[in-house]
Design a protein around this ligand. Structure first.
Ligand code: 13P
Length: 341
């Protein structure tokens, strides 16, 4: 297979019907924060045990096509000695890895960040490919405030996303391109839409300029929502309509799929909004989920670091994966939540 054919085949398998992507690529720092909120001690081994619980959930492959790991996890193994990458591949789930090094303060731009990690990236990508990863993720962070985002911040992050995506494709890895417009703040839905449109135009301009093969990427955007502290909140119908309008205007039809991040939404909200979009007629791309918190939150609370809770935590993650799959297929309804947790 040519490299382009390989990228298309991987993207298509990641977007397989009815399934979505489980994001578990929290760095040790972020994972520690989430563990602390649930009173769980964070060590190499507790993070490893938590990921093992998620990856070995019976039946999960029915709803999950791919899992995003972080550098720490991709080097870890299950208690029986199988490397996580091999365990996932063996279960028919495609393993991928977050390759950025995080959002760092952007020089001369207070409150804004640029995502770093380009130095030495070609070598790291080759190593991940060798380990068995078949896709990658890079997240740019765009905050909204009275004076931000600046054009400087948007274009610097878009340029980095383009450089990352071209390098990932060169290594035979599908890049998940994630420009996240953060939902913190009291801005209204119009402002989120305006900023997201600007960001997506800039990202696709850079992807084109840097010779990315659009058929071999997956876009991971935010939904268009009001800021979390905005007094005028929006219902699922409006969020779906605004998000699709934005995506139709900004995302070329050559892109095979769009996998939403959950960005702090509850599992129920994320499923309902995705469901409203999926019911909205034919779209040029596959629409799916790549949720982190919206898939994991109840399972993490139930697990609590105690091996005795593994089965209950696994049924919680399976439930959220099934609900998200229903959302993707346009069949979600909130009263499905009452059926088993
Ligand atoms: P959330 O769904 O929790 O936003 O996480 C997805 C993700 O990968 C963020 O980079």
């Amino acid at each position: 297979m040519t490299n382009e054919k390989t990228l298309e085949a991987t993207a298509s398998a990641m977007l397989a019907g009815g399934k979505g992507i489980l994001a578990t690529d929290e760095t040790a720092g972020t994972c520690t924060k989430r563990f602390l909120e649930c009173g769980i001690e964070s060590t190499d081994d507790s993070r490893r045990a938590y990921r093992e619980m998620l990856y070995t959930t019976p039946g999960i492959r029915e709803y999950i096509s791919a899992v995003i790991l972080c550098d720490e996890t991709i080097r870890q193994s299950a208690a029986d000695g199988r490397r996580f990458v091999d365990l996932l591949n063996g279960a028919g789930i495609i393993p991928g890895v977050k390759v950025d090094m995080g959002a760092k303060p952007l020089a001369k731009a207070q409150e804004e960040t640029v995502t770093e990690g380009l130095d030495g990236l070609r070598e790291r990508l080759n190593e991940y490919h060798e380990m068995g990863a078949r896709f990658t993720k890079w997240r740019a962070v765009i905050n909204i405030g009275p004076e931000i985002p600046s054009r400087y911040c948007i274009e610097t992050n878009a340029h980095a996303l383009g450089r990352y995506a071209a390098l990932a494709q060169e290594a035979g890895l599908v890049p998940i391109v994630e420009p996240e417009v953060i939902s913190n703040g009291d801005h209204d839905i119009d402002r989120c839409q305006e900023v997201t449109e600007h960001v997506l135009h800039s990202v696709f301009e850079q992807l084109a300029m840097q010779r990315c093969f659009l058929e071999g990427i997956i876009l991971k955007p935010n939904m268009i929502t009001p800021g979390r502290e905005c007094p005028a909140q929006a219902d699922a119908g409006e969020i779906a309509e605004r998000t699709l309008k934005t995506l139709r205007g900004c995302v070329p039809a050559a892109v095979p799929g769009i996998a939403f991040l959950s960005g702090g939404q509850s599992g129920e909200e994320a499923c309902e909004r995705l469901g409203a979009m999926a019911s909205d007629g034919p779209l040029p791309w596959q629409l799916t989920f790549s949720f982190g918190r919206a898939l994991q939150r109840p399972a993490l609370q139930i697990w609590g670091g105690d091996p005795a809770n593994v089965a209950a935590a696994q049924s919680a993650v399976l439930h959220r994966a099934r609900m998200s799959s229903m959302g993707r297929m346009g069949r979600y309804s909130p009263n499905m939540e009452q059926a088993s947790v």
